[in-house]
Design a protein around this ligand. Structure first.
Ligand SMILES: *Cc1c(COP(=O)(O)O)cnc(C)c1O
Length: 395
């Protein structure tokens, strides 16, 4: 039995089962490369679902984590902490926001934003977008569109409605004096890599201000350089009232944050909290990740390499391709058929990538990826799309 097979068998015996797993055991990473338990190498365009923007096992993140682990691993927010203070300052500096609530995941950042929006406005209603994804805990799930995530767990949060994405007049019509918040992704990730039209986000900001509702931007996937700017909202010249981030915030360690615009002021005590929120180990990792993003100019790299990558993908002459789209190194290739068998075939070429919905191949490589590795990804995509794969298998 291979090393991989033994590990797979053990995990299969004990895992909850909620994840559909690929037939590969990942044990090591460096930059944009991953290795399986049998020593096979992969080019990683999954990027930890977008958590690995600075690359796997970045030496500066690893060193910061090791040093902090010897200093102090845990420290609840009833105390002040040096690493946390510095991170909160840095996060406000890079986002233009005024205050930070630290948590441990994207869905928690969304939960916090919803609670804060209700608290600040005294209203209950939340408007979200069709095909949006905001997480899987009950509040965030209520704003998530995909039926298969929601249906088994209903009833969900009342007062959450969905409007078509990129439809400014539908949004205008939905927002009223009852609306606590509008939550949107600047580029929908799970929903198919759909960038927002500028007019849509400008309308969102305008109607929220008109009606005293808060604009929540969910930049959990688009944040920290992914789209070619530190945050995707910079492309659109808007400023959210609440900003949700997570995924790549801490170089791959679990962390999330809900940031508030300075004008919203300080929240009252005791209204929310988290045992691990603001954990010094995660804060140290996040500070190191921010240093890497800035010192290695990774947003700019995502912009340049992303443009090049999308142009090369668009040159692939295949009747299977409907559209290539994205922003920076958040890239989707929409097929005219199911994406799963082609992602499976890509893995056989040593390229790991993600689906987004049924028909989109999604690429979220670490922003440090070498151009020649992206070139190999293009060649592999071209090769797997050279002929249709029957969908009977591979699903
Ligand atoms: C992944 C994601 C989430 C949820 O983050 P988790 O850390 O998995 O809870 C929320 N919003 C967006 C846009 C995401 O991509």
């Amino acid at each position: 039995m291979s090393a991989s097979a033994a590990i797979q068998e053990m995990e299969q015996n004990y895992t909850s089962g909620v994840y559909t797993k690929r037939d590969v055991v990942i044990v090591r990473g460096s930059g944009a490369k991953l290795w399986d338990a049998d020593g096979n190498e992969y080019i990683d365009c999954v990027g930890g679902h977008g958590a690995a923007n600075v690359g796997h096992a970045h030496p500066r993140v690893a060193q910061a984590v090791a040093e902090q682990a010897r200093q102090l691993i845990t420290c609840p927010e009833i105390f002040y902490n040096d690493r946390r203070a510095e991170l909160e300052r840095r996060l406000c500096l890079v986002t233009g926001m005024g205050r930070v609530f630290l948590c441990n995941s994207g869905t928690e950042a969304v939960e916090a934003a919803f609670k804060f929006a209700r608290l600040i406005t005294g209203r209950k209603e939340i408007i979200a977008a069709m095909r949006g994804f905001h997480g899987r805990t009950f509040g965030a799930l209520s704003a998530t569109w995909e039926k298969k995530y929601r249906a088994p767990f209903e009833p969900l949060l009342p007062g959450v409605r969905h409007v078509p994405y990129n439809d400014p007049s539908a949004l205008q019509e939905a927002v009223s004096a009852e609306t606590a918040a509008v939550i949107l992704e600047a580029v929908q990730g799970e929903g198919g890599v759909n960038p927002a039209d500028a007019e849509f986000l400008h309308t969102a900001q305008k109607v929220c201000r008109q009606h005293g509702a808060l604009l929540i931007l969910d930049e959990v996937q688009t944040g920290f350089g992914r789209t070619g700017k530190m945050f995707a909202f910079e492309h659109y010249a808007i400023q959210p009232d609440l900003l949700c981030v997570a995924k790549s915030i801490a170089g791959g360690l679990p962390m999330g944050a809900a940031l508030l615009r300075a004008e919203l002021g300080k929240l009252p005590g005791h209204v929310h909290g988290s045992t691990f929120g603001g954990n010094p180990l995660a804060c140290a990792a996040a500070l190191a990740a921010l240093d890497v993003l800035e010192d290695e100019h990774l947003p700019q790299r995502a912009e340049e390499l992303g443009g090049w990558f999308r142009a090369r993908l668009a040159e692939i002459d295949s009747p299977l391709v409907r559209e290539v789209r994205g922003l920076g190194l958040m890239v989707g290739v929409e097929l005219r058929c199911k994406a799963a068998p082609y992602l499976q075939a890509l893995m056989a070429h040593g390229v790991l990538a993600l689906p987004a919905g049924m028909t989109v191949m999604r690429f979220l490589p670490p922003l440090v990826i070498a151009q020649q590795d992206l070139q190999k990804v293009v060649e592999s995509v071209q090769s797997v799309l050279a002929a249709p794969i029957s969908t009977a298998e591979g699903e």
